[in-house]
Design a protein around this ligand. Structure first.
Ligand code: NAD
Length: 475
Protein backbone atom coordinates (compact mmCIF):
# COMPACT_ATOMS: atom_id res chain seq x y z
CA UNK A 1 0.00 0.00 0.00
CA UNK A 2 2.51 2.66 -1.05
CA UNK A 3 -0.23 5.32 -1.38
CA UNK A 4 -1.44 4.78 2.17
CA UNK A 5 2.08 4.72 3.52
CA UNK A 6 2.90 7.94 1.67
CA UNK A 7 -0.27 9.58 2.98
CA UNK A 8 0.52 8.51 6.55
CA UNK A 9 4.14 9.58 6.28
CA UNK A 10 3.06 12.95 4.98
CA UNK A 11 0.62 13.37 7.88
CA UNK A 12 3.30 12.40 10.37
CA UNK A 13 5.67 14.91 8.78
CA UNK A 14 3.02 17.63 9.08
CA UNK A 15 2.51 16.82 12.74
CA UNK A 16 6.26 16.78 13.35
CA UNK A 17 6.78 20.14 11.62
CA UNK A 18 3.95 21.67 13.67
CA UNK A 19 5.39 20.20 16.85
CA UNK A 20 8.81 21.69 16.13
CA UNK A 21 7.39 25.03 15.04
CA UNK A 22 5.13 25.47 18.08
CA UNK A 23 7.46 23.93 20.64
CA UNK A 24 6.26 21.94 23.63
CA UNK A 25 2.79 23.14 24.66
CA UNK A 26 2.40 24.90 28.01
CA UNK A 27 -0.23 24.06 30.60
CA UNK A 28 -2.90 26.30 29.05
CA UNK A 29 -2.62 24.61 25.65
CA UNK A 30 -2.73 21.13 27.19
CA UNK A 31 -5.85 22.01 29.18
CA UNK A 32 -7.40 23.31 25.97
CA UNK A 33 -6.63 20.02 24.18
CA UNK A 34 -8.16 18.03 27.05
CA UNK A 35 -11.23 20.30 27.11
CA UNK A 36 -11.75 19.81 23.40
CA UNK A 37 -11.49 16.04 23.80
CA UNK A 38 -14.00 16.09 26.66
CA UNK A 39 -16.47 18.25 24.72
CA UNK A 40 -16.15 15.96 21.73
CA UNK A 41 -17.01 12.88 23.82
CA UNK A 42 -19.76 14.55 25.87
CA UNK A 43 -21.50 16.19 22.93
CA UNK A 44 -21.55 12.96 20.89
CA UNK A 45 -22.22 10.50 23.74
CA UNK A 46 -25.49 9.28 22.22
CA UNK A 47 -23.92 8.93 18.78
CA UNK A 48 -21.10 6.84 20.25
CA UNK A 49 -23.61 4.59 22.06
CA UNK A 50 -25.56 4.09 18.83
CA UNK A 51 -22.46 3.44 16.74
CA UNK A 52 -21.10 0.85 19.19
CA UNK A 53 -24.50 -0.86 19.37
CA UNK A 54 -24.60 -0.98 15.58
CA UNK A 55 -21.11 -2.49 15.44
CA UNK A 56 -21.88 -5.19 18.01
CA UNK A 57 -25.49 -5.67 16.77
CA UNK A 58 -26.34 -5.66 20.50
CA UNK A 59 -24.13 -3.88 23.06
CA UNK A 60 -25.55 -2.92 26.44
CA UNK A 61 -25.88 0.87 26.31
CA UNK A 62 -25.36 0.99 30.08
CA UNK A 63 -22.05 -0.81 29.70
CA UNK A 64 -21.09 1.59 26.93
CA UNK A 65 -21.85 4.55 29.19
CA UNK A 66 -19.77 3.21 32.09
CA UNK A 67 -16.89 1.56 30.24
CA UNK A 68 -16.46 3.91 27.29
CA UNK A 69 -17.88 7.33 28.18
CA UNK A 70 -17.48 7.54 31.97
CA UNK A 71 -13.97 6.07 32.07
CA UNK A 72 -12.73 8.45 29.36
CA UNK A 73 -14.34 11.51 30.99
CA UNK A 74 -12.89 10.46 34.35
CA UNK A 75 -9.42 10.09 32.80
CA UNK A 76 -9.71 13.57 31.25
CA UNK A 77 -10.96 15.06 34.53
CA UNK A 78 -8.03 13.64 36.49
CA UNK A 79 -5.49 14.64 33.86
CA UNK A 80 -6.86 18.18 33.81
CA UNK A 81 -6.65 18.44 37.59
CA UNK A 82 -3.12 17.06 37.83
CA UNK A 83 -1.24 17.76 34.61
CA UNK A 84 0.20 21.02 35.99
CA UNK A 85 1.81 19.04 38.80
CA UNK A 86 2.97 16.19 36.54
CA UNK A 87 4.68 18.67 34.18
CA UNK A 88 6.78 20.27 36.89
CA UNK A 89 10.50 19.45 36.73
CA UNK A 90 11.52 17.27 39.69
CA UNK A 91 14.60 18.02 41.81
CA UNK A 92 16.83 14.98 42.40
CA UNK A 93 19.61 14.73 44.92
CA UNK A 94 23.15 15.36 43.67
CA UNK A 95 25.97 13.03 44.63
CA UNK A 96 28.32 14.54 47.21
CA UNK A 97 31.20 14.28 44.74
CA UNK A 98 29.51 16.82 42.47
CA UNK A 99 28.38 19.41 45.02
CA UNK A 100 27.38 22.17 44.72
CA UNK A 101 25.90 21.22 41.32
CA UNK A 102 22.14 20.69 41.00
CA UNK A 103 20.22 17.79 39.41
CA UNK A 104 16.71 17.67 38.05
CA UNK A 105 14.44 15.76 35.68
CA UNK A 106 12.31 17.59 33.16
CA UNK A 107 9.41 15.89 31.41
CA UNK A 108 9.30 16.66 27.71
CA UNK A 109 6.67 15.62 25.18
CA UNK A 110 8.06 12.87 22.96
CA UNK A 111 6.63 14.47 19.80
CA UNK A 112 4.31 12.39 17.58
CA UNK A 113 2.66 9.34 19.06
CA UNK A 114 0.86 6.53 17.21
CA UNK A 115 -2.05 4.68 18.86
CA UNK A 116 -3.49 1.43 17.47
CA UNK A 117 -6.71 0.34 19.18
CA UNK A 118 -8.89 -2.82 19.17
CA UNK A 119 -12.63 -3.32 18.77
CA UNK A 120 -13.80 -4.54 22.18
CA UNK A 121 -13.98 -1.09 23.86
CA UNK A 122 -13.54 0.94 20.71
CA UNK A 123 -13.89 4.39 22.28
CA UNK A 124 -12.17 3.88 25.62
CA UNK A 125 -9.14 2.07 24.21
CA UNK A 126 -8.67 4.73 21.53
CA UNK A 127 -9.20 7.77 23.74
CA UNK A 128 -7.76 6.81 27.15
CA UNK A 129 -4.21 6.55 25.81
CA UNK A 130 -4.87 9.77 23.88
CA UNK A 131 -5.61 11.55 27.18
CA UNK A 132 -2.12 10.66 28.47
CA UNK A 133 -0.49 11.54 25.15
CA UNK A 134 -2.19 14.97 24.91
CA UNK A 135 -1.60 15.76 28.60
CA UNK A 136 2.07 15.04 27.98
CA UNK A 137 2.03 17.56 25.09
CA UNK A 138 2.22 15.23 22.07
CA UNK A 139 0.63 15.10 18.64
CA UNK A 140 -1.38 11.92 18.04
CA UNK A 141 -2.22 9.67 15.09
CA UNK A 142 -4.87 7.03 15.83
CA UNK A 143 -5.59 3.79 13.94
CA UNK A 144 -8.86 2.36 15.34
CA UNK A 145 -10.22 -1.13 14.63
CA UNK A 146 -11.82 -2.14 11.36
CA UNK A 147 -14.16 -4.53 13.22
CA UNK A 148 -16.14 -1.58 14.63
CA UNK A 149 -16.48 0.48 11.41
CA UNK A 150 -19.34 2.73 12.57
CA UNK A 151 -17.47 3.70 15.75
CA UNK A 152 -14.15 4.14 13.97
CA UNK A 153 -15.76 6.41 11.34
CA UNK A 154 -17.47 8.38 14.09
CA UNK A 155 -14.15 8.76 15.94
CA UNK A 156 -12.61 10.10 12.73
CA UNK A 157 -15.46 12.61 12.28
CA UNK A 158 -15.64 13.75 15.90
CA UNK A 159 -11.89 14.08 16.39
CA UNK A 160 -11.61 15.75 12.96
CA UNK A 161 -14.09 18.39 14.17
CA UNK A 162 -12.35 18.90 17.52
CA UNK A 163 -8.72 18.97 16.38
CA UNK A 164 -6.58 20.12 13.50
CA UNK A 165 -4.91 17.20 11.69
CA UNK A 166 -1.56 18.52 13.01
CA UNK A 167 -2.85 17.88 16.55
CA UNK A 168 -4.84 14.64 16.25
CA UNK A 169 -5.42 12.61 13.09
CA UNK A 170 -7.40 9.39 12.61
CA UNK A 171 -6.58 6.79 9.96
CA UNK A 172 -9.20 4.10 9.50
CA UNK A 173 -8.65 0.72 7.85
CA UNK A 174 -7.78 -2.89 8.45
CA UNK A 175 -4.66 -4.97 9.06
CA UNK A 176 -2.96 -3.57 5.93
CA UNK A 177 -3.32 -0.03 7.21
CA UNK A 178 -2.24 -1.26 10.65
CA UNK A 179 0.91 -2.76 9.16
CA UNK A 180 1.79 0.46 7.32
CA UNK A 181 0.91 2.53 10.38
CA UNK A 182 3.16 0.51 12.69
CA UNK A 183 6.10 0.98 10.33
CA UNK A 184 5.99 4.79 10.64
CA UNK A 185 8.85 6.47 12.52
CA UNK A 186 6.73 7.70 15.45
CA UNK A 187 8.32 8.92 18.67
CA UNK A 188 6.28 6.28 20.51
CA UNK A 189 3.83 3.60 19.40
CA UNK A 190 1.04 2.53 21.74
CA UNK A 191 -0.71 -0.70 20.75
CA UNK A 192 -3.71 -2.42 22.34
CA UNK A 193 -4.67 -5.79 20.91
CA UNK A 194 -3.71 -9.44 20.76
CA UNK A 195 -0.25 -10.81 21.63
CA UNK A 196 0.21 -12.12 18.04
CA UNK A 197 -0.36 -8.77 16.41
CA UNK A 198 1.52 -7.07 19.26
CA UNK A 199 4.60 -9.07 18.29
CA UNK A 200 4.27 -7.93 14.64
CA UNK A 201 3.82 -4.33 15.75
CA UNK A 202 6.92 -4.51 17.92
CA UNK A 203 8.94 -5.97 15.04
CA UNK A 204 7.79 -3.20 12.69
CA UNK A 205 8.55 -0.53 15.30
CA UNK A 206 11.97 -2.04 15.99
CA UNK A 207 13.05 -1.25 12.42
CA UNK A 208 12.87 2.46 13.30
CA UNK A 209 13.82 1.96 16.98
CA UNK A 210 10.39 3.28 17.93
CA UNK A 211 9.65 2.52 21.59
CA UNK A 212 6.40 0.64 22.14
CA UNK A 213 3.81 0.16 24.81
CA UNK A 214 1.96 -3.11 24.26
CA UNK A 215 -1.38 -3.61 25.98
CA UNK A 216 -2.14 -7.26 25.22
CA UNK A 217 -4.42 -9.98 26.51
CA UNK A 218 -4.16 -13.46 27.92
CA UNK A 219 -5.80 -15.83 30.37
CA UNK A 220 -6.63 -14.07 33.64
CA UNK A 221 -7.39 -16.45 36.52
CA UNK A 222 -9.99 -16.02 39.28
CA UNK A 223 -8.89 -17.91 42.37
CA UNK A 224 -11.44 -18.59 45.13
CA UNK A 225 -9.92 -19.47 48.50
CA UNK A 226 -11.49 -21.96 50.93
CA UNK A 227 -14.19 -20.53 53.18
CA UNK A 228 -15.03 -17.58 50.93
CA UNK A 229 -18.75 -16.99 50.36
CA UNK A 230 -19.46 -18.84 47.08
CA UNK A 231 -22.43 -16.65 46.16
CA UNK A 232 -20.31 -13.54 46.52
CA UNK A 233 -17.43 -15.00 44.49
CA UNK A 234 -19.82 -16.24 41.79
CA UNK A 235 -21.56 -12.84 41.59
CA UNK A 236 -18.25 -11.04 41.06
CA UNK A 237 -16.90 -13.59 38.60
CA UNK A 238 -20.17 -13.65 36.61
CA UNK A 239 -20.21 -9.84 36.54
CA UNK A 240 -16.61 -9.66 35.29
CA UNK A 241 -17.09 -12.50 32.81
CA UNK A 242 -20.38 -11.36 31.33
CA UNK A 243 -19.71 -7.62 31.10
CA UNK A 244 -19.52 -7.05 27.32
CA UNK A 245 -20.20 -10.83 27.06
CA UNK A 246 -16.66 -11.65 28.13
CA UNK A 247 -15.07 -9.56 25.38
CA UNK A 248 -12.89 -7.76 27.91
CA UNK A 249 -9.12 -8.03 28.09
CA UNK A 250 -9.22 -8.31 31.89
CA UNK A 251 -12.28 -10.58 32.12
CA UNK A 252 -11.67 -13.56 34.39
CA UNK A 253 -10.75 -16.21 31.82
CA UNK A 254 -11.04 -19.27 34.07
CA UNK A 255 -11.85 -19.96 37.72
CA UNK A 256 -10.03 -22.10 40.29
CA UNK A 257 -12.04 -23.31 43.28
CA UNK A 258 -11.11 -25.53 46.25
CA UNK A 259 -11.53 -29.29 45.71
CA UNK A 260 -15.06 -30.39 46.53
CA UNK A 261 -16.66 -27.01 45.88
CA UNK A 262 -17.22 -27.15 42.11
CA UNK A 263 -20.89 -28.14 42.50
CA UNK A 264 -21.68 -25.30 44.89
CA UNK A 265 -19.80 -22.83 42.68
CA UNK A 266 -21.80 -23.94 39.62
CA UNK A 267 -25.08 -23.62 41.57
CA UNK A 268 -24.12 -20.12 42.72
CA UNK A 269 -23.18 -19.14 39.15
CA UNK A 270 -26.55 -20.42 37.92
CA UNK A 271 -28.52 -18.32 40.36
CA UNK A 272 -26.37 -15.20 39.96
CA UNK A 273 -26.56 -15.36 36.18
CA UNK A 274 -30.33 -15.90 36.33
CA UNK A 275 -30.80 -12.86 38.57
CA UNK A 276 -28.64 -10.61 36.36
CA UNK A 277 -29.94 -11.96 33.04
CA UNK A 278 -33.37 -13.61 33.41
CA UNK A 279 -33.38 -13.87 29.62
CA UNK A 280 -30.68 -13.58 26.98
CA UNK A 281 -31.93 -13.46 23.38
CA UNK A 282 -33.82 -10.16 23.43
CA UNK A 283 -32.16 -8.76 26.55
CA UNK A 284 -30.44 -5.45 25.71
CA UNK A 285 -28.21 -5.82 28.80
CA UNK A 286 -26.61 -8.96 27.39
CA UNK A 287 -24.13 -8.09 24.65
CA UNK A 288 -23.69 -10.03 21.41
CA UNK A 289 -20.40 -11.43 20.12
CA UNK A 290 -18.76 -8.95 17.75
CA UNK A 291 -19.04 -11.08 14.58
CA UNK A 292 -19.62 -14.58 13.18
CA UNK A 293 -15.92 -15.45 13.08
CA UNK A 294 -15.44 -14.72 16.78
CA UNK A 295 -18.66 -16.56 17.70
CA UNK A 296 -17.53 -19.59 15.73
CA UNK A 297 -14.08 -19.43 17.35
CA UNK A 298 -15.60 -19.46 20.86
CA UNK A 299 -18.03 -22.26 19.96
CA UNK A 300 -15.15 -24.28 18.50
CA UNK A 301 -13.19 -23.98 21.75
CA UNK A 302 -16.16 -25.33 23.72
CA UNK A 303 -16.97 -28.10 21.22
CA UNK A 304 -13.34 -29.22 21.16
CA UNK A 305 -13.23 -29.36 24.98
CA UNK A 306 -16.49 -31.34 25.03
CA UNK A 307 -15.11 -33.80 22.44
CA UNK A 308 -12.08 -34.30 24.72
CA UNK A 309 -14.25 -35.15 27.74
CA UNK A 310 -15.10 -31.80 29.33
CA UNK A 311 -18.59 -31.25 30.78
CA UNK A 312 -20.41 -28.21 29.38
CA UNK A 313 -23.06 -26.44 31.48
CA UNK A 314 -25.08 -23.77 29.64
CA UNK A 315 -26.57 -21.05 31.84
CA UNK A 316 -29.61 -20.09 29.80
CA UNK A 317 -32.20 -19.11 32.44
CA UNK A 318 -35.19 -18.85 30.07
CA UNK A 319 -33.99 -21.80 27.98
CA UNK A 320 -34.11 -19.73 24.81
CA UNK A 321 -32.88 -20.61 21.37
CA UNK A 322 -30.09 -18.09 20.74
CA UNK A 323 -29.65 -18.92 17.04
CA UNK A 324 -29.73 -15.70 15.05
CA UNK A 325 -29.32 -13.49 18.15
CA UNK A 326 -25.56 -13.10 17.71
CA UNK A 327 -25.15 -14.16 21.34
CA UNK A 328 -23.60 -17.09 23.19
CA UNK A 329 -25.18 -18.19 26.47
CA UNK A 330 -23.03 -17.96 29.60
CA UNK A 331 -21.27 -21.32 29.69
CA UNK A 332 -19.30 -23.18 32.35
CA UNK A 333 -16.87 -25.90 31.29
CA UNK A 334 -15.75 -28.52 33.83
CA UNK A 335 -13.12 -31.27 33.76
CA UNK A 336 -10.79 -29.27 31.56
CA UNK A 337 -7.08 -29.84 30.97
CA UNK A 338 -4.19 -28.09 29.29
CA UNK A 339 -4.43 -30.21 26.13
CA UNK A 340 -7.58 -28.32 25.25
CA UNK A 341 -7.12 -25.07 23.26
CA UNK A 342 -9.81 -23.71 25.62
CA UNK A 343 -7.15 -23.77 28.36
CA UNK A 344 -4.37 -22.39 26.17
CA UNK A 345 -6.03 -19.57 24.22
CA UNK A 346 -7.60 -16.40 25.59
CA UNK A 347 -11.35 -17.14 25.47
CA UNK A 348 -12.66 -13.57 25.02
CA UNK A 349 -16.28 -14.68 25.36
CA UNK A 350 -18.86 -15.70 28.00
CA UNK A 351 -17.32 -19.13 28.65
CA UNK A 352 -15.78 -19.97 32.02
CA UNK A 353 -13.68 -23.11 32.54
CA UNK A 354 -13.64 -24.10 36.21
CA UNK A 355 -10.80 -26.08 37.76
CA UNK A 356 -10.39 -27.60 41.22
CA UNK A 357 -7.25 -27.36 43.32
CA UNK A 358 -6.18 -29.23 46.45
CA UNK A 359 -3.72 -26.79 47.98
CA UNK A 360 -3.07 -23.10 47.54
CA UNK A 361 0.49 -23.85 46.42
CA UNK A 362 -0.87 -26.07 43.66
CA UNK A 363 -3.12 -23.23 42.43
CA UNK A 364 -0.27 -20.72 42.61
CA UNK A 365 2.03 -23.11 40.78
CA UNK A 366 -0.54 -23.48 37.96
CA UNK A 367 -0.59 -19.71 37.49
CA UNK A 368 3.22 -19.54 37.66
CA UNK A 369 3.65 -22.23 34.99
CA UNK A 370 1.49 -20.33 32.48
CA UNK A 371 2.14 -17.08 30.62
CA UNK A 372 1.88 -14.05 32.89
CA UNK A 373 -1.73 -12.85 32.85
CA UNK A 374 -3.04 -9.32 32.40
CA UNK A 375 -5.18 -9.59 35.53
CA UNK A 376 -5.62 -11.90 38.48
CA UNK A 377 -8.57 -12.10 40.84
CA UNK A 378 -8.53 -13.71 44.25
CA UNK A 379 -11.29 -14.10 46.76
CA UNK A 380 -10.47 -14.80 50.40
CA UNK A 381 -11.28 -13.91 53.98
CA UNK A 382 -7.73 -13.99 55.38
CA UNK A 383 -4.78 -11.78 54.60
CA UNK A 384 -2.05 -14.45 54.71
CA UNK A 385 -3.10 -16.51 51.65
CA UNK A 386 -3.98 -13.34 49.73
CA UNK A 387 -0.50 -11.92 50.48
CA UNK A 388 1.00 -15.22 49.35
CA UNK A 389 -0.84 -15.00 46.01
CA UNK A 390 0.11 -11.32 45.58
CA UNK A 391 3.78 -12.10 46.29
CA UNK A 392 4.18 -15.28 44.28
CA UNK A 393 2.21 -14.55 41.11
CA UNK A 394 3.13 -11.95 38.49
CA UNK A 395 0.22 -10.36 36.63
CA UNK A 396 -0.46 -6.93 35.14
CA UNK A 397 -2.88 -6.05 37.95
CA UNK A 398 -5.04 -7.59 40.65
CA UNK A 399 -8.44 -6.99 42.16
CA UNK A 400 -8.94 -8.68 45.52
CA UNK A 401 -12.47 -9.87 46.37
CA UNK A 402 -13.99 -8.57 43.14
CA UNK A 403 -13.25 -8.43 39.41
CA UNK A 404 -12.28 -5.74 36.86
CA UNK A 405 -12.18 -2.80 39.26
CA UNK A 406 -8.43 -2.14 39.35
CA UNK A 407 -8.74 -0.90 35.75
CA UNK A 408 -11.15 1.82 36.87
CA UNK A 409 -8.65 3.33 39.35
CA UNK A 410 -7.12 6.09 37.27
CA UNK A 411 -4.39 6.50 39.90
CA UNK A 412 -3.12 2.93 39.33
CA UNK A 413 -0.81 2.02 36.44
CA UNK A 414 -2.60 -0.21 33.93
CA UNK A 415 -0.65 -2.64 31.77
CA UNK A 416 0.50 -6.19 31.32
CA UNK A 417 3.70 -8.09 31.96
CA UNK A 418 5.40 -10.71 29.80
CA UNK A 419 2.89 -12.21 27.40
CA UNK A 420 0.20 -9.73 28.50
CA UNK A 421 2.20 -6.69 27.48
CA UNK A 422 4.76 -4.10 28.45
CA UNK A 423 4.48 -0.54 29.72
CA UNK A 424 1.64 1.14 31.53
CA UNK A 425 -0.79 4.04 31.23
CA UNK A 426 -3.71 5.75 33.04
CA UNK A 427 -3.29 8.88 35.12
CA UNK A 428 0.26 9.90 35.93
CA UNK A 429 1.62 6.64 34.50
CA UNK A 430 0.14 7.55 31.10
CA UNK A 431 1.69 10.99 31.30
CA UNK A 432 5.10 9.46 32.10
CA UNK A 433 4.79 6.87 29.29
CA UNK A 434 4.28 9.65 26.75
CA UNK A 435 6.99 11.94 28.19
CA UNK A 436 10.74 11.84 27.96
CA UNK A 437 12.29 12.06 31.43
CA UNK A 438 15.31 14.18 30.62
CA UNK A 439 18.19 14.38 33.11
CA UNK A 440 19.65 17.83 33.57
CA UNK A 441 22.73 18.65 35.66
CA UNK A 442 23.54 22.28 36.44
CA UNK A 443 27.22 22.95 37.11
CA UNK A 444 28.31 25.85 39.38
CA UNK A 445 31.20 28.15 38.64
CA UNK A 446 32.97 26.97 41.77
CA UNK A 447 33.16 23.20 41.71
CA UNK A 448 35.48 20.30 42.45
CA UNK A 449 36.10 19.15 38.87
CA UNK A 450 39.70 20.42 38.96
CA UNK A 451 40.38 17.58 41.44
CA UNK A 452 39.35 14.87 39.01
CA UNK A 453 41.03 16.08 35.83
CA UNK A 454 44.46 15.17 34.54
CA UNK A 455 47.19 15.41 35.44
CA UNK A 456 46.08 12.83 38.02
CA UNK A 457 48.14 12.58 41.17
CA UNK A 458 48.14 12.49 44.88
CA UNK A 459 45.09 14.70 45.44
CA UNK A 460 43.03 12.65 42.97
CA UNK A 461 44.00 9.38 44.73
CA UNK A 462 43.13 10.77 48.18
CA UNK A 463 39.77 12.08 46.94
CA UNK A 464 38.88 8.76 45.26
CA UNK A 465 39.82 6.82 48.39
CA UNK A 466 37.59 9.09 50.42
CA UNK A 467 34.66 8.84 47.99
CA UNK A 468 34.93 5.07 47.60
CA UNK A 469 35.38 4.30 51.30
CA UNK A 470 32.88 6.75 52.75
CA UNK A 471 29.74 5.33 54.33
CA UNK A 472 26.75 5.13 52.00
CA UNK A 473 23.49 6.95 52.64
CA UNK A 474 25.11 10.33 53.21
CA UNK A 475 23.95 11.97 49.95
P1 NAD B 1 -5.96 -7.37 17.14
O1 NAD B 1 -4.58 -7.54 17.64
O2 NAD B 1 -6.49 -8.32 16.13
O3 NAD B 1 -6.15 -5.90 16.48
C1 NAD B 1 -5.83 -4.71 17.18
C2 NAD B 1 -5.54 -3.61 16.18
O4 NAD B 1 -4.38 -3.96 15.43
C3 NAD B 1 -6.64 -3.33 15.17
O5 NAD B 1 -6.76 -1.94 15.00
C4 NAD B 1 -6.11 -3.99 13.89
O6 NAD B 1 -6.56 -3.39 12.70
C5 NAD B 1 -4.62 -3.76 14.05
N1 NAD B 1 -3.80 -4.71 13.30
C6 NAD B 1 -4.11 -5.94 12.82
N2 NAD B 1 -3.05 -6.52 12.22
C7 NAD B 1 -2.04 -5.64 12.31
C8 NAD B 1 -0.68 -5.65 11.90
N3 NAD B 1 -0.15 -6.70 11.26
N4 NAD B 1 0.09 -4.58 12.20
C9 NAD B 1 -0.42 -3.53 12.87
N5 NAD B 1 -1.69 -3.46 13.29
C10 NAD B 1 -2.50 -4.49 13.00
O7 NAD B 1 -6.87 -7.33 18.45
P2 NAD B 1 -8.45 -7.27 18.55
O8 NAD B 1 -9.04 -8.54 18.06
O9 NAD B 1 -8.95 -5.99 17.96
O10 NAD B 1 -8.63 -7.17 20.15
C11 NAD B 1 -8.67 -8.29 20.97
C12 NAD B 1 -7.36 -8.49 21.69
O11 NAD B 1 -6.95 -7.29 22.32
C13 NAD B 1 -7.45 -9.51 22.80
O12 NAD B 1 -6.28 -10.29 22.83
C14 NAD B 1 -7.53 -8.66 24.06
O13 NAD B 1 -7.12 -9.28 25.24
C15 NAD B 1 -6.63 -7.53 23.69
N6 NAD B 1 -6.95 -6.36 24.45
C16 NAD B 1 -6.07 -5.92 25.37
C17 NAD B 1 -6.39 -4.82 26.15
C18 NAD B 1 -5.45 -4.27 27.18
O14 NAD B 1 -5.70 -3.17 27.67
N7 NAD B 1 -4.38 -4.95 27.53
C19 NAD B 1 -7.61 -4.19 25.98
C20 NAD B 1 -8.49 -4.69 25.03
C21 NAD B 1 -8.15 -5.78 24.26
Amino acid sequence: MPDDTDRMNELLERQRRAFLKDGPPGLKKRLDLLDRLENAVRSRQDDFCKAISADFSVRSEHETVVAEIFLVIEAIRQARAKVGKWMRPARRCTSMAFFPGKSMVMYQPLGCVGIISPWNYPVQLALSPMVGALAAGNRVMLKPSELTPATSDLLATVLGEAFAAEEVAVLTGGAEIGRAFSSLPFDHLFFTGSPNVGSLVMQAAAKNLVPVTLELGGKSPALVLPGFDMDRAALSIATGKLFNAGQTCIAPDYAMVPAGSVASFVESMKSQVASMYPSLAGNPDYTAIINDAHRERINRLVDDAAAKGARVVRLNPAEENLAGSGKIAPTIVLDVDDDMPLMREEIFGPVLPVMEYDTLDEAISYVQRHPRPLALYCFGNDNAPIDRILNLTVSGGVTVNDTLLHVAQESLPFGGVGNSGMGTYHGEDGFRTFSHAKSVFFQRRLNGMSLIRPPYGHRFNRLMRFLIDRKVGKD
